[in-house]
Design a protein around this ligand. Structure first.
Ligand SMILES: [Zn+2]
Ligand SMILES: [Zn+2]
Length: 217
């Protein structure tokens, strides 16, 4: 028989979250490392042209597409070599948080939402740095720095918004304008009947609108 959400949560806390885990340290590491990278990149900019500034909206849209495709496919379907993404997302995140139980009970539950710290190294090493270097070599240094700054800022925005959606109802974070509207889209995504079909953008539902997978009650 399938375990109830509270049984699953109990088992996850005992079996998956190590005793040394501290949720606020995890949140702080993610936030600080991303802010440092973004700050460093912005500090390197010199006399940015209008065309170079276009790197920001283009990277933003590219990141929105990457978020959408990554969530819609490898996180919700098993792909050879990427099974860990499906296991962590459908097997853990979607079982830990269901529409009736969307909130953290304590900072230790942050582990069920935030990407592991090693993933920041992975994202930066695979998607950030090589593309940034390539762009600065092919186009200009400003383009490379703006690409890395926007991509990392987008990732941090993803982590912060997803974190906000799973905060308790009374949290002040939920009162930031726009957050509750975006949270409702994610709440519908956590409905087991809807999760394979709708609301794959965690941040802004641009690709969901483009590809017809936006669901709103
Ligand atoms: Zn979620
Ligand atoms: Zn999902």
């Amino acid at each position: 028989m399938a375990r109830s959400t509270s049984e699953f949560r109990q088992a996850f806390r005992q079996e998956v979250i190590p005793s040394w885990y501290r949720g606020w340290v995890h949140f702080g590491f993610t936030s600080l490392s991303c802010l440092l990278i973004v700050g460093f990149c912005l500090s390197r900019l010199e006399e940015v042209s209008l065309l170079e500034w276009m790197t920001v909206p283009v990277t933003f849209l590219y990141a929105n597409l990457a978020e959408y495709l990554g969530h819609r496919f490898p996180m919700h379907h098993r792909f050879r070599g990427l099974g860990i993404l499906h296991r962590r997302h459908v097997g853990q995140h979607h079982r830990f948080f269901v529409p009736a139980t969307m909130a953290f009970d304590s900072p230790r539950d942050f582990k069920a939402v935030l990407f592991p710290s090693i993933m920041i190294v992975f994202f930066f090493g695979v998607f950030g740095l090589p593309v940034g270097l390539l762009l600065s070599w092919l186009v200009s240094a400003n383009t490379g720095y703006l690409y890395v700054a926007t991509a990392i800022a987008y990732f941090l925005n993803y982590e912060w918004l997803h974190f906000a959606y799973h905060c308790p109802d009374q949290s002040w974070i939920r009162r930031i304008p726009g957050v509750d509207m975006l949270r409702r889209l994610h709440l519908d995504h956590h409905d087991p009947e809807l999760m394979q079909k709708y609301n794959f953008n965690i941040t802004y539902p641009i690709c969901d609108s483009l590809f017809g997978t936006r669901f709103r009650r």
